[in-house]
Write a protein that binds this ligand. Sequence first.
Ligand code: GLU
Length: 475
Amino acid sequence: MAARQSSFRDSVDRMFTHAAGLMSLAPGLEEKIRVCNSTYTVRFGVRLRGQIHTFTGYRSVHSEHMEPVKGGIRYSLDVNQDEVEALAALMTYKCALVEVPFGGSKGGLCIDPRAWNEDELERITRRFTYELSRRNLISPSQNVPAPDMGTGEREMAWMADAYKRLHPDDINAKACVTGKPRHAGGIDGRVEATGRGVQYALREVFRHDDVMKRAGLEGALAGKRVIVQGLGNVGYHAAQFLSCEDKALVTCVIERDGAILNPQGINIDALRGHIRSTGGIKGFVGGEYRENGLGALEEACDILIPAAIESVIHEGNAERIQAKLIIEAANGPVTADADEILKRRGIVIVPDMYANAGGVTVSYFEWVKNLSQISLGRLERRHEEARARLLIEELERISSDTGTNFELARGFKEAFLTGADELELVRSGLDDTMRESFKKMKEVWMSNPKVEDLRTAGYVVAIRRISNVYNSLGL
Ligand code: GLU
């Protein structure tokens, strides 16, 4: 593989600077928005297996133009300050683009989560939470972490509990972190939210003929060949929803230990089961195995979904990518150099700050739920059902009084009489967010000839919104 040219951090800054250069921002504002406000590094010790182990963690706050600031906490050996700062910046732009009222932040712990057992991870996580809490880097009103690579509901529940113990008088303590399990204050639909958001984003792209034309695509999602890189939480849900609900063909899945290819479409659940029981994709019978996983990014397909780590599409392979459309389910999977090559080649990229915003969008709903101390739909659901029943009964009365004898379609009555539960409301809010944000990006893309792609358009929308907030702040 060719050397990666620009670091993740450089890539984010370059893309930002390119977009900001097309706008007339007040002097000094561009730099103020671009720079990361602060990064806290902590080294703490935990006594495990008979000795003290020292761990390094980060929490970076990119922009506090809105508070709380928001963003996940990653557990990985690759975590470093540069990466966390780039990810925090992306959170700022992402939140602005999809209009969730947060600034951007990100955290990370330099750890291989597979090297520790559950009890050990819990102790490490609780200790990390204590360090963050001491500096207000976890707080319902100032900084609200969430899951990211290597963390999930379990870690968020530990963090919420650790925070609650430190702040027993805070009635909003649950809102200090999102992505919790439902029994610990979480919200239905958060686990799959990022993957669901990728699906909704793709559906929205397919509603726009002009965008489809630019990508050289036509028709429906059904039957389109999709490559998914990374079958973690985001990649798995995106692949599962697209194949089962939209009937797209996931013809290739790339994982750490190689790739599985099947032109007829891979059974995603079966593959996930295989990974769970064997630790990798090798030996899966539902497709052809290839050892060079990342090489498979270059296979022919309609849609490529990088859903793992940053910089997998770089100057060294961008010329050989055959996809017509790339949808960035991961943060920063395409470097700035690759972005230029792909743009020149006419490949349409649906940028990360939009494509993977489903997670933070549903986090926002969870945070609101926690602050309001009531689950979504609890007050309205039965009322909604009662009104629907009134209408149906009245129609039935008219029908029998007038002898018109109309009949409602099968299933209609039941569906109409069922008020929306939390999951439905979450999906509706997410779908609306994905549709509206895409339209905003597209509008800027299509109406300004200097804006050459969706990513630049996304930055322009985000920067405009952030600068409006800064303009009304007394700096
Ligand atoms: N880690 C996710 C992201 O990168 C979710 C962040 C959140 O929910 O705050 O967008």
